[in-house]
Design a protein around this ligand. Structure first.
Ligand SMILES: NC(=O)c1ccc[n+]([C@@H]2O[C@H](COP(=O)([O-])OP(=O)(O)OC[C@H]3O[C@@H](n4cnc5c(N)ncnc54)[C@H](OP(=O)(O)O)[C@@H]3O)[C@@H](O)[C@H]2O)c1
Length: 261
C-alpha cells in the first residue's frame, strides 16, 4: 500500500468491468473500502466476488446512472454502510457513437443524462457530506476527447466538455472546504468497449479484430493500449494526500497519443 488510503471510503460508479473495475481494483488493493455500482446485477456480483477474493471490502449498488433515484441510492448506501464518503470516482457508460447527422433528439437527451447529468446528480448527493466534514476528493473519469475529438464520437466530443467546466468551477468553489476536484482524460484503454469498437471497425474494413487493435496501438507513442489499472493508479495518486496541491486539473493518460496542449 503506497498511498496512505487504507480505511478510507470510495464510491466508484460504472465499475462492474472495464476502466471502473480497474480503478476499484487499484483503490481496493490500497486498502480503501468500496462501493461499486452499475446496472447489471450479475456482472456487478461477479466483480464483487473478484474483488473480495483479493481481500477487498466492497459493497455493490445496482444503479442505472441515467436515473436520478438510482444515483441517489448509491450515496445513501455508501453513507449507510460506512458512515462517510472520502472519495468519489465518477465513471459512466460509453455513449452511442455516431456523426452529428446520425444522432436523434432522443440520443442527445440520453447522452446528456449519461455524460453530464449523472455527474451533476452524484456530485450534489456526495458534496454535502464532504462539506460537513471539511474534506473530500472528487475525480471525474472522462476521455481524451476533451482535448482531441474523435470524429465518430460526437456525443463524447460535445457533452464531455462540460465536465471540464465542472472540474474548474467546483475546484474553485469547494477548495475552501478542503475538497479537491480533478478530471482524468484517458486515451485508448483495453476494455470490452474498446474491443466492441474494434470489431465494428474490423467488420466494416474487412480486417481481423486483432489487426485493428494493433493499428490503434500503433498510434500510441509508447506502443501499447492502456490498461484499466493504469487509470486506477492515477486515480489512487489523485485521491491520496501526496496529491494535496492538485485540484482543478484535467490530467491526460494516453501513452503520448494526444498531441495538443
Ligand atoms: N476504453 C477506452 O478506450 C475509453 C477511452 C476514453 C473514454 N472511455 C470512456 O470511459 C468510460 C468507461 O469505458 P470502458 O471502456 O470501461 O467501458 P466498458 O468496458 O463498456 O464498461 C462500462 C461500464 O459502465 C457500466 N455502465 C454502462 N452504462 C451504464 C449506466 N447507464 N449506468 C450505470 N453503469 C453503466 C457497465 O456496467 P453495466 O453494463 O453493468 O451497467 C460497465 O461497468 C466510458 O464512458 C467510455 O466512453 C473509454
Amino acid at each position: 500500500m503506497r498511498y496512505g488510503l487504507k480505511g478510507r471510503v470510495a464510491i466508484v460508479t460504472a465499475a462492474s468491468r472495464g476502466i471502473g473495475l480497474g480503478v476499484a481494483r487499484v483503490l481496493g488493493r490500497e486498502g480503501m473500502r468500496l462501493i461499486i455500482s452499475s446496472r447489471d446485477r450479475e456482472r456487478l456480483a461477479e466483480a464483487q466476488r473478484e474483488l473480495r477474493g483479493e481481500g477487498i471490502e466492497v459493497e455493490t449498488v445496482v444503479a442505472d446512472i441515467t436515473v436520478r433515484s438510482d444515483v441517489r441510492r448509491i450515496v445513501d448506501v455508501a453513507v449507510g454502510r460506512y458512515g462517510t464518503v472520502d472519495v468519489l470516482v465518477y465513471n459512466t457508460g460509453p455513449p452511442k457513437p455516431g456523426t452529428f447527422m446520425e444522432l436523434s433528439d432522443e440520443d442527445w437527451e440520453y447522452g446528456v443524462r449519461l455524460l453530464l447529468m449523472s455527474a451533476i446528480w452524484i456530485t450534489r448527493d456526495v458534496v454535502d457530506h464532504m462539506i460537513r466534514k471539511r474534506s473530500g476528493n472528487i475525480i471525474y473519469i472522462t476521455s481524451s476527447t476533451l482535448k482531441q475529438p474523435i470524429p465518430s464520437l460526437t456525443l463524447s466530443n460535445v457533452v464531455r466538455l462540460s465536465i471540464a467546466g465542472l472540474v474548474k468551477t467546483l475546484a474553485h468553489q469547494l477548495g475552501p472546504y478542503n475538497i479537491r476536484v480533478n478530471g482524468i482524460l484517458q486515451g485508448y484503454v483495453d476494455t470490452e468497449r474498446l474491443r466492441e469498437v474494434a470489431s465494428d471497425r474490423a467488420r466494416r474494413e474487412g480486417k481481423a479484430v486483432d489487426q485493428v487493435l494493433l493499428e490503434l496501438a500503433s498510434q500510441i507513442p509508447i506502443g501499447r493500449l492502456g490498461r484499466p489499472e493504469d487509470v486506477g493508479e492515477l486515480a489512487a495518486f489523485l485521491a491520496s494526500d501526496t496529491a494535496s496541491y492538485i485540484s482543478g486539473s484535467l490530467i491526460g493518460i494516453d501513452g503520448g497519443m494526444v498531441l495538443c496542449l
